[in-house]
Design a protein around this ligand. Sequence first.
Ligand SMILES: [Fe+2]
Length: 372
Amino acid sequence: MPKYFMPTTLLSGENCIKRHPRHIVHGKKCMIVTGRNSAKISGALADVTAVLDGHGVKYDIYDEVTDKTNIADIYALGKKMHDGGIEYVVGIGGGTTLDAAKAAAVYATNDMAPMDIYKEKYEKLPLRVVCVPTTAGTGSDTTQYVMLTIDDFENKRSFSSEVCFPYATFLDSRYTLTLPVDVTRSTAMDALCHCVESYLNTNASPFSDIVALEGIRLVGQCAGALIKGEFSKSHREKLLTAASVGGMAVAHTGLNVVHKMGHQLTCDKNIQHGFANGMLLTEFIAWCSKADIMRAVDVIRAIGMDLSTLKKFMDKVLPQTNGITEDDVKVWVKNSIYDDSEPNSPRKLTREDEFEIYTNALLNKNRDYTKW
Ligand SMILES: [Fe+2]
């Protein structure tokens, strides 16, 4: 029987932090890890500190996480937490911030060199981590994965350990109300890709399928809002739920071809992670359908659009791909040889497949998806 492990307690709904205080109080002293702005602007930081103050929990705030925060910064934070007697961590923010909190929690309890975190075996359990996401995409709040920037050139590398699942996650969509439209669209694309890549996956099981299909449905129900760039409270709730559900799905199955290939678009063309993945998604579904038409149809039914309509939807919510050439594609396909992550796709991915997927998705603007 397949295994499904998801130890994170999920609390959701308006004011869930205030309604469930015991899930955010895990000791007498905690470290709050945030980025520069979103935790304050969204109101999440004020809600967290109000509960901590009310329960006599002392806290320090590290509010310096940015895209440039690297492993050395997080290692130093972990050591500071150790020396300061910090008993648990609250991460408030997007995926980069939550991952920083998860990694610092490992360093705080383990005497090891920074890169030893990639050995994925730790002598002592990390500090408990509570997550409060302020974006709706990465799913870091429900996974064992942690992505860190490892050098000054912003190269990223991930690790995975079951001890790195957050202890609890609070999903309050009020914290995403101030997200700009482009961030909302990009993170929604990321969440959708997590769910689809989990469903069209050789590691999929009935347990992961349930959450993956529900995540796809939730994003599909927000398609009109994503096109218009106008989001009701209900849309925000659905997108936040879809993001956490997507994390639960890929925590079980791992990611797939879209993320593997989208990574090159982000590295080479600086295209946002979610947008880069979204650009490849329609073609990925068409490519997978050759191996498993029934599951591809399941995806299409869940999102509520046939492939042709999905492509038109993507064209409306994704940025233009002008400036990408066949020479770019050749370089990406060549570079992918050195990527040792093995996607769990229903078909074996060849270099010819990669070339075709990139070309069809990014260069063949008039591709007909009515005959896939
Ligand atoms: Fe992602």
